[in-house]
Ligand binder design. Structure first.
Ligand code: HPA
Length: 245
């Protein structure tokens, strides 16, 4: 069975993927961010989607999350791993560190965030107590231990609207709320995957300290450098998972 990978900033393509095809899809919710790239990694079938498009042009609030998830469903994918760049808030979340989030707080707004909106036969409320699929998270955490890759196995992901970065006060508030990391794309992606009954887990790569956590401004240069540093471990973990599935 194929696994779906959604690549974020710093992962617009997977170089080690042996590409076997490409599918441009249309969905009832519009067009996905890019074509779905099919290929083989470790002999296993993988379907890759660049969340921000390829080239990277869609900001977080313009990503058609519904189309992206629906497209995977149309392709028969049952499991999705998301790779996402984040800012670090709590002590261990230093740049280039990896976290496997277990919880989400959603601060985003105005995004198309549900498949259950129109032409309903009944109102549906999905259970979202544990937003990331526990069994998929457990696999990532166990493999990281096996491979000696330092990760945080528990982290609360706060999803902001973007595309601007946060203020120092916003990050301080998020820390009081219990957020460990901050990103702009985790929601509604995770909720839509649950609505579509797909397994979903995320590998979060810390790109920078959240606003106000250290002196000075956050630069895109710094963000790209740290993501590149964290991407080696991320790809190793991803490859190990694909081998195991
Ligand atoms: N805030 C929000 N999203 C991010 C950040 C950040 O500091 N870094 C990378 N994605």
């Amino acid at each position: 069975m194929s696994i779906g990978i959604i690549g974020g900033t710093g992962l617009t393509q997977i170089n080690s993927l042996n590409i076997t095809g490409e599918k441009v899809l249309d969905t009832p919710f519009g067009k996905p961010s890019a074509s779905y790239v099919m290929g083989k990694l470790e002999g296993k079938e993988v379907v890759f989607l660049a969340r921000h498009g390829n080239p990277h042009v869609l900001p977080p609030h313009k990503v058609n999350y519904r189309a992206n998830i629906w497209g995977f469903k149309q392709l028969g994918i049952k499991q999705i791993i998301s790779v996402a760049a984040v800012g670090g808030i709590t002590e261990n979340m230093a740049p280039a560190h990896i976290a496997i989030p277990d919880q989400v707080i959603d601060y985003s707004y105005g995004r198309e965030h549900t498949f259950f909106a129109d032409d309903l036969e009944e109102v549906t409320h999905i259970d979202f107590t544990y937003p990331y699929t526990p069994s998929l998270r457990a696999k990532l955490i166990n493999l990281a231990a096996k491979k000696n890759i330092a990760i945080s196995p528990i982290a609360t992901y706060g999803c902001t609207q973007g595309p601007r970065l946060e203020t120092a006060a916003e990050i301080a508030r998020m820390e009081r709320d219990g957020c460990d990391i901050v990103g702009m794309t985790g929601m509604p992606e995770a909720a839509l995957a649950r609505e579509a009954e797909l397994d979903y887990a995320a590998i979060a790569v810390v790109a920078n300290w959240g606003a106000g956590k250290i002196e000075g401004e956050i630069s895109m240069d710094e963000i790209h450098q740290h993501i590149e540093k964290g991407m080696g471990n991320t790809l190793e973990l991803l490859t190990a998972l694909i081998r195991e599935l």
